[in-house]
Design a protein around this ligand. Sequence first.
Ligand SMILES: [Ca+2]
Ligand SMILES: [Ca+2]
Length: 378
Amino acid sequence: MPPRRPVPLLLPVLALALALVAVPASAASPLTVAQAITTQSGTGTVLGYIVGEPTGTSTVRFSGFTGDTALALADSRTETSPARMLYVQVSSAYRSSFGLLSNPSLIGRQLTVTGTLTAYFTHPGLKSPSAMTLGTTSTPTPTPTASSGTDAYYAAASGKSGAALKSALHTIISTGATKLSYEAVWDALKVTDQDPANSANVILLYSGISRSKSLNGGDPGDWNREHVWAKSHGDFGTSAGPGTDLHHLRPEDVTINALRNNKDFDSGGSAVSGASGNYTDADSWEPRTAVKGDVARMIFYMAVRYEGDDAWPDLEVNDAVTNGSRPYLGRLSKLLAWNAQDPPDAFEKNRNQVVYASYQHNRNPFIDHPEWVSSIFG
Ligand SMILES: [Ca+2]
Ligand SMILES: [Ca+2]
């Protein structure tokens, strides 16, 4: 090839010209939240994740929102430090679409906002927005950053295995966890289990049916709150604690929920009418293939979360299907196999993140690290 002499000369010139153009053109390349925090002057466009509702200079509400007038943006969906958040004023024109009281499911969504970069609540902020646009997806893409983003959360478990890992995880997921009321679980499930294809609906766990959020209740055709760890196994009821723990509560059709009853999990039985792919016999329930791993990881979470060091029984997994009201749930060998055959997907990962960021502020470690199941229970 002949040498193309002008190109090497032009490239630095072009790069310089682009740099000069790009700096003031904030619309072309939005600021990160970190950049916006240090650039508190003029008009700017910022891209970040909606993580909460500012209530003071150094306080942000992550659930139970009380107003539509302000939201907090961060560069990470899992950010909990207000110091790394930008406080955004939601002016009246935007409140019905972007206020968190009216739209709690916006937590975790990406937002692009243009406005005046100036203090709000005596905190780095953005006021008088002239444009607000949501990102295109509410489901975090399962990128490597999703797991590397939780490294700090699991730091105390680093390098551990077996009983030591279980103990470390128990401390991590119990410390500072928020307990919901049973009533609050209704609204939470409408967010955690929202149908990604229809924001008016939730996905029912066993049946896989997409059903209107407004059909929550106790009548046939309604959906209700299924305790995947059956609440009679330890008899923990529905006061704030294991009976209201979102990590194992899922929407399910009232009739299907009653059929599952308090059975342990195992393979086999007759096909369940109204819940395709599920099987049941006198003493066990086999969930559909797509949620077998989800069920297993919920059960393993419960066994680690509840260790008998609080007001609640020590829940444990065993290989039986005749546990009745004892604080055990089986069958371990099947749950281990299901965890391996059905790894976490985007829906399950998103759910874990929403429970963490918006409600309980604890995670299911086995969704972030399914390999820890065999280390502890294998
Ligand atoms: Ca699954
Ligand atoms: Ca336990």
